[in-house]
Design a protein around this ligand. Sequence first.
Ligand code: 13P
Ligand code: SF4
Length: 307
Amino acid sequence: WQLQAPLIAEINRLKRDMNAVILAHNYMTPEIFHGVGDYVGDSLGLAREAAKSKADIIVQGGVHFMAETSKILAPEKTVLIPDLRAGCSLASSLTGDQLRLIKQRYPGLPVVTYVNTTADVKAETDICCTSANAVQVVEHIAKEWGVDRVIMVPDEFLARNVARQTNIGIIAYKGACEVHERFDASDIADVRAAHPGAIVLGHPECPPDVIAACDFTGSTTAMIDYVTDHKPKQVVLVTECSMADNVAADVEGVEFLRPCNLCPHMKRITLDGIYQSLLHRQYEVTVDPAIIDKARLAVQRMIDMPP
Ligand code: 13P
Ligand code: SF4
């Protein structure tokens, strides 16, 4: 990616001139992650950064729901996404209308919504969560409401993985991440047979039998931290492929094994797209102010949660 140095330098110059920052998700390619990202991290980290950024413009190195979350937390800023087609199978699995119907079926139960959702869905939500804090959020809101069950949408596998770690009952929905649902427990068995000492880390959007076969599960940043802290000789990151490329540049002596899958939505964000985005101030992500007001309560409640 160092071959891209002239374009990287031009993007970094434009950023300074425009008082813009690039918030880059851990699934961005290395030239974005290492070359132009002002802040790199998981969904929770990106949301926190959007809320406190002093920039006038946020360019989202990530998918549409992440840009919407930035706009919800920083409505006075211009939020740009380099490609409007960068969606997410989880975000498109549930609408605000559908969530209203689910709530009618379970009156009196709080709704915990994964941030991988549209602003409309967040506006119908009591508290958001990410993969970094899902168990903590479920337990926090159940205690606050004095209930022993919560509704958790839209990721069925995340909900089932959380259910294994808490006594709170979880009413799940049927959404899935098209990238993580493709992993199979046999993939883990195969890699363990071929590399008996390898450490296997899995993202909680994977099916529960895959996570049960892993050594560790956590958000994308938690997985990166595990590798940098423990420096295993061989490791498998059961998640999006750019993760291994990005960490590999920072740690020596760690061999990254397969499987991994590509997220076609994340891969729509390219270095050239980011350059064009800054140059032409495109594509602006807007959210209806009435929706922002409702959705912000749910996102802010998550961010303000005691550690
Ligand atoms: P993280 O919040 O763990 O970065 O996950 C976001 C995501 O889209 C994973 O597929
Ligand atoms: Fe959505 Fe899955 Fe892509 Fe993450 S990896 S953005 S959850 S489709």
